[in-house]
Design a protein around this ligand. Structure first.
Ligand SMILES: Cc1cc2nc3c(=O)[nH]c(=O)nc-3n(C[C@H](O)[C@H](O)[C@H](O)COP(=O)(O)O)c2cc1C
Length: 240
């Protein structure tokens, strides 16, 4: 959603995703204008002779972009407001997840405007960097949402123990970005499957060692105190 700047093109992409069988769409809100100051990239670009258009072009030759209005292509929309959730729901029956939230006040607004889920994220540090890690932001978002909609967290999930800690703090699920790409780059589909297997296996090992045979048994008492406590077994429905 954050790659297409005009509403006309967004509508086309939404309808296409739904027709392809997608049941949910994530609207990324942490990159509305421009990303961080990518100094290293800027320095390295001087010696980089790769053709970036292979992946980053908006030229009509890319199959994924067929049917879009190229005279109105944009990359970001800094004028976006919370009303966009309602606008998306007028176009599609897909669930709408808001991705890139980090604070409780935004979580409250997302719920008020009809979001079906939240992904607590800082874009893997690619949008907002050097601030709090997304796992640190999770408890206040969980508290604000108060069980009304699922809360997913991503950023730095590398081991099953990280999954366990996120669940213990009340997350409904976790997302991964780089790990699956590393698996893909190394071994293709088999590599991605291996990454998922490792995460699941490590999660089970951690659950076994923690005496939590079911996901619902994982509570905040299993992790170090971070200032917020989630009642055991409620997966963040409420914060004491
Ligand atoms: C190379 C790269 C490109 C990304 N592009 C997008 C994007 O277009 N939209 C988006 O919402 N998130 C994007 N992300 C962020 C991921 O969706 C995800 O939030 C993040 O990678 C999670 O952190 P992790 O990599 O530590 O697991 C990108 C991440 C990487 C590493």
């Amino acid at each position: 959603m954050d790659a297409i700047g005009t509403w006309e093109n967004s509508e086309i992409m939404l309808r296409r995703a739904e027709a392809a069988g997608c049941t949910a769409v994530a609207l990324t809100i942490d990159l509305p204008a421009i990303a961080r100051n990518t100094e290293t990239q800027t320095i390295m670009t001087r010696e980089d002779e790769r053709d970036c258009e292979v992946c980053h072009s908006v030229m009509p030759r890319k199959p994924a972009l067929q049917g879009l209005n190229f005279s109105k292509m944009g990359t970001f929309n800094p004028a976006m407001t919370w009303d966009v959730i309602g606008k998306i729901k007028e176009v599609t029956n897909m669930k709408v997840l808001i991705k890139g939230l980090e604070v409780d006040s935004d979580a409250t607004l997302a719920v008020q405007h009809g979001a079906d889920g939240i992904i607590v994220s800082n874009h893997g540090g690619r949008a907002t960097d050097t601030g709090r890690g997304s796992i640190e932001c999770l408890p206040e978002v969980i508290a604000a949402v108060n069980g009304q909609i699922p809360v997913i967290v991503d950023g730095g999930i590398r081991r099953g123990t990280d999954v366990f800690k996120a669940l213990a703090l009340g997350a409904s699920a976790v997302g991964i970005g780089r790990p699956y790409v590393w698996g893909l780059g190394a071994f293709g589909q088999a590599g991605v499957e291996r990454v998922l297997d490792m995460l699941n296996r490590e999660l089970i090992i951690t659950m076994t060692g923690s005496g939590t045979p079911a996901i619902a048994d994982i509570g905040s008492s299993s992790v170090l105190d971070v200032g917020h406590r989630v009642p055991h077994g409620t997966l963040g429905r409420e914060i004491l």
